[in-house]
Design a protein around this ligand. Structure first.
Ligand code: GRF
Length: 196
């Protein structure tokens, strides 16, 4: 039986990428991580992929005339690799129509808040500033509404301090576990689409 093929999009550290790659390598996720897409060629995530021998498409958006142009290239590459599921993990770009139309219902994202609270950037910092006592992580489908797609899974945790770094560290441990669990579940189902 052919293995599922997945892609991860990241812009930074790539700890979620790493967790997903390790879970694929050990068979916890029954898939091959076929591609890392990164919009910052110097990002640590790129090194993490290279060390593991995972194909990388690293690009600088400024080298393209438009988002549609670089997304078309990504779609072409993912089609050729037969990618079934796209996992955004710290990809700091709004996904455009070209990608959304080609991979509708097959793009998911992980966000460090209990959505719909604290959509967008600096979610943890804003939650700390707000003084929330319960934080969380959300995995959701990606659509044209920023951090507004259908929720797949959430995990909450209590924290009474005021240190965003600490919240990040607690949250990231949860992210790695939750994202692997969700990807595994989605791939084991008959349908990947949010419409299913
Ligand atoms: C994660 O906290 C994720 O929730 C957010 O971006 C961060 C990426 O971290 N979308 P990493 O690059 O996977 O370490």
């Amino acid at each position: 039986m052919n293995k599922h093929k997945i892609a991860v999009f990241a812009s930074g550290v790539g700890s979620n990428f790493e967790a997903i790659a390790d879970a694929c390598a050990s068979g916890i996720i029954p898939a091959e991580l076929s591609l890392l897409v990164c919009d910052r060629p110097e990002a640590p995530a790129v090194k993490k992929a290279e060390i593991r021998g995972i194909k990388v498409f690293a690009f600088s958006p400024k080298d393209y005339a438009s988002k549609a142009e670089f997304e078309a290239e990504i779609v072409k590459l993912m089609d050729s690799l037969e990618v079934e599921l796209v996992c955004l993990a710290g990809y700091m770009r709004i996904v455009g129509d070209t990608l959304l139309q080609s991979y509708h219902g097959r793009i998911i994202n992980i966000h460090p808040s209990l959505l719909p609270a604290f959509k967008g950037a600096r979610a943890v910092e804003r939650a700390v500033e707000y003084g929330v006592k319960v934080y969380g992580i959300t995995v959701h489908y990606v659509d044209s509404d920023l951090d507004g797609g259908k929720i797949i899974a959430q995990r909450a945790f209590s924290y009474e301090g005021a240190d965003p770094e600490e919240v990040h560290s607690i949250g990231q441990l949860i992210e790695h576990e939750l994202y692997v669990e969700v990807i595994k579940t989605l791939l084991s189902g008959k349908h990947l689409s949010e419409d299913a």
